[in-house]
Design a protein around this ligand. Structure first.
Ligand code: ADP
Ligand code: MG
Ligand code: MG
Length: 205
């Protein structure tokens, strides 16, 4: 597709759900090292509920699909990641109409990042999902003129690099911050799941 329509939004969310299921143990292991060991379980519960909610969603625009994804994550995920990812998808849904341009999708991702930062107050370098999301959004915006495939691919690479770069950092937000220096040497679970979300986008474009 040239732009982002309801079918692409549905395919993306389904791919995220499948990836979260496939990587649930890995996400939970990362969270066991520096958090409370529930990140994979949290996201699996959330995206299972999203898949069920979208199956009965009548409205079929990209905006409606992504807004429903966000509100479902907020209501079904108990951990910090639920409201944060919920805000991302709700902001995306609010920005998109049906058949939105790649540039508009980039603006939606930017609005999603802003919503996460407003809610969680994390800055780049605090060892959170923001460390993967910030470079991913910038890479998407920079490559948007070359089309959706190029933008999604660039964002996926930037998110993966951003997640890997959290390993040497000391956490300053979230549960991992309670560990102080002992959080160093582990990749952040939320940054890792953000990389999965963008890898899924690149897969379906
Ligand atoms: P919880 O910490 O409540 O158990 P999860 O395990 O589902 O929630 O999610 C943990 C992830 O959430 C962290 O790895 C981090 O990336 C992200 N996170 C936690 N607090 C914040 C915050 N204030 N801002 C941004 N991201 C955060
Ligand atoms: Mg946790
Ligand atoms: Mg928890």
């Amino acid at each position: 597709a040239a732009g982002v329509d309801a079918a692409l939004a549905r395919a993306w969310v389904a791919a995220v759900a499948a990836s979260v299921t496939a990587h649930a143990a890995e996400l939970t292991d990362l969270d066991a090292a520096i958090g409370d060991g529930d990140h994979g379980v949290n996201l699996r519960r959330g995206f299972d509920a999203v898949v069920a909610a979208l199956a009965t969603l009548e409205a079929d625009t990209a905006g409606a699909v992504l807004t429903k994804t966000g509100t479902t994550l907020v209501s079904k995920v108990g951990g910090a990641s639920g409201p944060l990812y919920g805000s991302l998808f709700r902001a995306l849904g609010k920005t998109l109409s049906d058949d939105s341009s790649v540039t508009t999708f980039g603006a939606g991702l930017r609005a999603g990042l802003d919503a996460i930062v407003r809610l969680g107050k994390a800055e780049p370098g605090d060892k959170t999902m923001v460390d993967a999301l910030t470079p991913a959004v910038a890479a998407f915006e920079a490559a948007a003129p070359s089309g959706l495939v190029a933008a999604a691919t660039a964002a996926a690479t930037a998110a993966a690099d951003g997640a890997a770069a959290t390993t040497p950092l000391q956490a300053r937000k979230g549960r991992a911050s309670y560990l102080g220096e002992r959080s160093v040497g582990h990749q952040d679970p939320g940054a890792t799941s953000t990389a999965l979300i963008f890898a899924a986008l690149a897969d379906v474009t």
